[in-house]
Structures are given as structure tokens and as C-alpha cells.
Design a protein around this ligand. Sequence first.
Ligand code: 4AD
Ligand code: MG
Length: 465
Amino acid sequence: QNQSIQSLLRSPLETDTPVTVQGWVKSLRQHKDIIFLNINDGSCMSSIQVVAKYGSCPGAASYGSCVRVDGVLTKSSRTEQPVEVKAESVYVYGPCDKVKYPFKTKKRHPPDYLRQFLHLRPRTNMFSSLLRIRSNAKKAICDVLQEMEYCSIDTPILTSNDCEGAGELFQVEPTESSTQERTHGSSEEDSRAGRKEHFFNVPTFLTVSGQLHLEVMISALSKVYTFGPTFRAENSRSRHHLSEFYMLEAEVAFLHNTDQLAEIIESLLKNVTKKLLDSSEEDISWYLQNVAPENHGQVIDNIVNKPFVRMTYSDAVEILTQRNDQFDFKVEWGCDLQKEHERYLVVHCGNVPVVVTDYPAAIKPFYMRANDDGRTVAAMDVLGADVGEICGGSLREERLPILEERLDKMGIKTNYEWYLDLRRFGSSPHGGFGLGFERYLQLLLGIANIKDAIPFPRSTHSCRL
Ligand code: 4AD
Ligand code: MG
């Protein structure tokens, strides 16, 4: 039988059952004429112990090599594992050059060292564990949302709008060679003039957010979400920004205030985290013990068991201005909150996530719903320990005259006629949010650098592989 190591360890077969184990050698010890190999196939954190007679184990079966072991299951003498494999033969699919292999046995390499080897780092416990947690987190998010009757929508990656209006866009055009091919089909006049048109006739970008497309959908489906890659050309080298990150975005009709929105995101984060603690128990506890900062378990406990703290932006500013002496960037009403301020607020609230609402209109995008005070909008950010903002959302401006006037003033009304149509034909009070998936993983696992929360990080000057 070709079973995963996880399934062999979790539901052990009868002893003496013939088995085949395939994976990579994590460690190897020789005792007289017996060799103990620990083999891992990535199905779980644990390796299975293989006991091989010296003669049946080729010398190439060294640390890091890829092997196949045929043998029988036996009861393990080790207390932490129920079974081990008595090898009849060990076959080496791929040897591993111990000298050149950048990872040393038993050594915990720091994350910035591992980052130099994006193609090899999944083989480390630290990273394979993260990848399994990430996979289960993705499933937990989709499961929880679908249990809550949200419909999954595939929003486009290529789009002609800049949802956030921050101008942090990657523009997309075909390469020269594909353009040449394309001119065969266009008019001769165009070719002679060498006219350079956009592939899609309009400037097109990688999406910064699927929100506007989700707003299209709630007018038909009421509750929708999308989970996919998102792109931002932020020239930032911070440990919380990527050029390509994954975002969960949800949009809900019939929302009337930011409290309702905060309730949705809070229960989502609680339920997803609980589900994940169940499905990734072994990996999360290993991560907390071996990688996360000390006492990080408390942060997880707070997410699951404590009510999130809620405050308005004005309340936050009041708290922060009293501490202005300790900030690099001094706070005053109207300014955008920086990481140092967000972090302070969370510590101030006992490391419980903080929901900040009602930000100044001037620092938020065009789609947010105006509050009656004339200077703030119904925005909502969720801040987490160390990471700061993990989630941003708002009620959306559903009133046609207000939105029309705003877009007109910004000089972008013609691009958004379709968006205004959503308000012309059966507009609903609604809102939504976007949760940065890597930031959520950072928060949960105490990952210092966001580049260690995604398999292949992309950031300024860095797009290897
Ligand atoms: O606050 P943001 O920009 O909000 C939006 O894009 C909304 N349209 C979402 C919505 O309401 N549907 O981004 C949402 C979240 C942030 O809170 C942050 O967690 C994450 O996305 N994020 C990033 N994560 C990694 N790298 C970056 N460069 C990020 N920019 C935003
Ligand atoms: Mg934001």
C-alpha cells in the first residue's frame, strides 16, 4: 500500500502488514549493523522511523535524499510513535549532496537565511508546517463562509479600475512579440501608423481588490466572497507588505452600521481560528513551541475567546495623542494611523484585536459611506498584535446623488457609470471587508516577516522563481 506517513501514524494497520513509505530522509543514525532513518513525506510534521539492516540500505540514503522503503510495520519501541517500519529494501530515487545542500541536519536556520533558497525552504520543518497551516486556513475560511451562506465569486485578476484609488497599480500590456502578431489582425492603416493601442483598448491592471466586482454581485446574491491573489505596487520594504498577496474579501447586502460589519468579521475570525486550531493542531503547537515568540499562544487565545475591542478613530486619536512623545510620527486628528500607532493601540487593549471605525473621509477611498458628521466615513479596520491592520472594510456609499457628486468632483465619473448603475437600479445598504491572508497568518503564528507567510514572496526588487 502506498499510504501517506500521516495516515500510517494516525490509524496504524496491523503489525506485519507490508507497507511502502516514500519521502525524504530527515535524519539518520547508525548503530552497529542497523541504520535508523527518519522519513518525512510532508503529509504531517512527524517522520516515521525506518529500521534497516546495514546491507539493505545504500550509502546514498543520506540526509535530504529521496527514498522509497519497502518493508513491514512493526510496533515502535519509541513512546511517541505507535509504529515503525522494518525495511526489507531501501531504494534511493534521488541522492542529496550533503556538502552542497544548504540546510544542515538538526540545525534551525533563521528565516532570512531560508529565504535565499525559496526553491528548497519548503523542506524545512518550519516552512512545511507553515504551508500545511496555510492550506488548512484557506479551507477553514471557505468552509466557514459557505456555512454562513456566502456565495463564492471568482473576481477578475485583470481589471481596468483602481478600486482603492491609491495609484499602486501594476499595468498589464503584452510583450513586443505578441503585439507584432496582433497587428496582423488590425487595420493596415493602424499598422502603417505604428499606432500603439492598449491590448484591451483601455489601460489594464492587476487587481488591487475584487471589492467593486463583489458589489456587482450582492445586488443579486446578497452575501458573497472572493479569495485570491491581489497586487499592489507599493514601494515598501516593510515586513508587512507584499507586491502579491492573498485577500479574502466579503460583501454583504442589508448592513446598516459598522457594528454589524464588526460582528461579521469578529465571528469569522473566531470561527476560522477555532476550526484551524482543530485541523492544524500538531503543526500549530509545533510552530508555537519552535518558531513563534514566547507566550504567543495568548494572542491566539485572545482572538478566539475575548471580545474584540471597538473604538472610533476619534477615540483612538485621543488615546494616541497622549503618547505622542514616544511616536516617530506624531498623531493629530486627520492623519492616517501608522504601524507604530496601530501596534500601540493593540497593546493598550491587552493584545486583543481592536476594531477602529469612522475614519476621516479624506484618508479613505471614494466608495466609503459618508457619516452624518460630514467629515468621517463608515470605515472599519481590524488591528492585531504586532502586525497592525489585518483587515480593512466599510459600509459603501449606496446613495446615488452623494456618490455621483463625489465621483464628479474627483473627475472619474465617466469610468464609473456602471458602478453608479448599481445605485440606480435597486441599490441596497451594504458593506464588506478585505482580510489580508498573510497578515492573518502573521498574527496567528507570530511570523515577524510577511515573506515567511507565503510560498513565493514578491516585493520591491524581488521576484525570484
Ligand atoms: O485595506 P485594504 O487596502 O482594503 C481593500 O482593498 C478593500 N477594497 C477591501 C474590501 O473592503 N473588500 O486591504 C485589505 C487588507 C489590509 O487590511 C491588509 O491586511 C491587506 O489587505 N493588505 C496587504 N497585505 C500584504 N501586503 C500588502 N501590500 C497589503 N495591502 C493590503
Ligand atoms: Mg486598509
